[in-house]
Design a protein around this ligand. Structure first.
Ligand code: UGA
Length: 451
């Protein structure tokens, strides 16, 4: 059955959701308050880098199933299924999530709802938000109790957004169990194609659905910090964290995925989500349960300072006056997102400590320049590495993984490379005479002297 859907927010989450819902055959209106984003989307351009999204967007604009607007009135008249896909960033100077944008959708949309409607929240929110928004929506809407708020958390990864939306591991729906309504039935029609494929569909209460999302991201963050803690121990012990990860990862109870040690996690989700989770646990009297997440956060942030120290060591003890090439600025490959990017953060710290830093990234230069205008940005690997005292690989783009020593031999000043993501072939570089350092692996320079 074709549904008429409005999606509020056209960022990574909302734009992908809107385009993918149209791809499933629904009629979709994407709504945003940002005219710059809307004019790009109207023209079939994705305002950020996400492989495969532009084709889906263009195809569905052309076939007339997908449109964009800034008008909530139009959305309320057009659709009876609404998805909230706006951001919930970290509040300035606090751990908690800033719910301004989510609240604004309800405050603006609900008074316009004169007929029955289901509002599905997709944004990551503190537990208890959905219930509060449901009360508020019923209070504001002329249709009153015929307006339902349900929660349908999103688990997509940037870089795989289309695939994760059209072929997710699971669908989770939180419904207000005290007020049985149509939300489950509507969700089943929206996602009928996915359900026919046998994708697991878990229906639960509102609080559990909100917690599923934060728990999933907390677990992923913990897994990364666990292996990065092991990296610290490996460095001290003269061991190799990559082999360790491979070996423990063979145990299916542990699993190898998300055990890549390096400069740690960043992005618009994991860092702020674990902090918001701790803040919310404190508010509901469960803070002790999540104190370990503070350590997860600390281990993660320590990766960045550790990398700065490593660079200082390899250039001879002081960064002042050295030339450092940084390959990678995005928080992960196949993305132009630099929100809380470890790579860019490290580049900034090195520069602040007196080095001249030249950064190259295949997609994230424009975004980086906006938040870190004082760094030097190069337009190619060669330009970034020209005259460098050390080359750092901080985001594992394929282009960097495929680099060969002979590509850089005659360009750099010193043949020193640091692999911040354990993504390069050590032997290749060492055999070519380069000094090669990776995180979580003892190097010759840091030869172990265990007591
Ligand atoms: C993350 C989750 O993986 C998604 O399931 C979730 O939907 C999303 O947040 C969200 O809440 O919206 P994403 O931020 O796109 O997705 O990125 P990830 O692939 O999770 O990577 C996060 C960070 O961890 C990156 O900086 C990456 O480099 C780092 N990472 C990942 C590691 O350092 N080691 C690993 O083994 C894996």
């Amino acid at each position: 059955m074709t549904c008429r859907i409005a999606v509020f927010g056209t960022g990574y989450l909302g734009a992908t959701h809107a385009a993918c819902m149209a791809e499933l055959g629904h009629e979709v209106l994407g709504v945003d308050v940002d005219p710059a984003k809307l004019s790009k989307l109207h023209a079939g351009e994705v305002p950020f880098y996400e492989p495969g999204l532009e084709e889906v967007l263009k195809r569905n604009i052309e076939n007339g199933r997908l449109r964009f607007s800034s008008s909530y009135e139009e959305a309320a008249q057009f659709a009876d299924v609404h998805f909230i896909g706006v951001g919930t960033p970290q509040k300035k100077g606090e751990f908690a999530a800033d719910l301004t944008y989510v609240d604004a959708v309800i405050e603006t949309l609900a008074p316009l709802l004169t007929t029955p409607a289901v509002i599905f929240g997709k944004s990551t929110v503190p537990v208890g938000t959905a219930e509060r928004l449901g009360r508020r929506a019923r209070q504001l809407a002329p249709a009153g109790d015929q307006v339902e708020v349900a929660w349908n958390p999103e688990f997509l990864r940037e870089g795989f957004a289309v695939k994760d939306t059209l072929h997710p591991d699971r669908l989770v729906l939180g419904v207000d169990q005290g007020r049985p309504g149509r939300a489950e039935e509507v969700a089943r029609s929206v996602y009928s194609q996915l359900l026919d494929e046998g994708i697991p569909f878990l229906v639960t209460d509102l609080a559990t659905s909100e917690l599923v999302k934060t728990a999933a991201n907390a677990f992923l963050a913990t897994k990364i910090s666990f292996i990065n803690a092991m990296a610290e121990v490996c460095e001290a012990a003269g061991a190799d964290v990559t082999v360790l990860a491979d070996a423990i990862g063979h145990d299916v109870r542990i699993g190898r995925r998300f055990l890549n040690a390096g400069i740690g996690f960043g992005g618009g989700c994991l860092p702020k989500d674990i902090r918001a989770f701790m803040a919310r646990a404190g508010e509901i009297g469960a803070d002790e349960a999540l104190t370990f997440l503070r350590e997860v956060d600390n281990i993660n942030m320590r990766r960045r300072t550790r990398m700065v120290e490593l660079v200082r060591e390899v250039v001879g003890g002081s960064l002042i006056g050295s030339r450092i090439a940084v390959l990678g600025a995005a928080f992960k490959p196949d993305s132009d997102d630099v929100r809380d990017s470890p790579a860019l953060n490290i580049a900034g710290q090195i520069q602040l400590q007196g080095a001249s830093v030249s950064v190259f990234d295949p997609k994230a230069i424009e975004n980086s320049r906006r938040i870190f205008p004082t760094l030097n940005y190069a337009s190619s690997v060669n330009e970034a590495c020209s005259g460098a005292d050390a080359v750092l690989v901080l985001t594992e783009w394929d282009q960097f993984k495929q680099l060969k020593p002979s590509d850089l031999d005659s360009i750099v000043r010193n043949t020193i490379i640091i692999d911040g993501r354990n993504c390069l072939d050590r032997d290749l570089w060492v055999d070519a005479g380069w000094e090669f350092t990776a995180v979580g692996v003892a190097s010759e320079r840091r030869a172990s002297t265990l007591p």
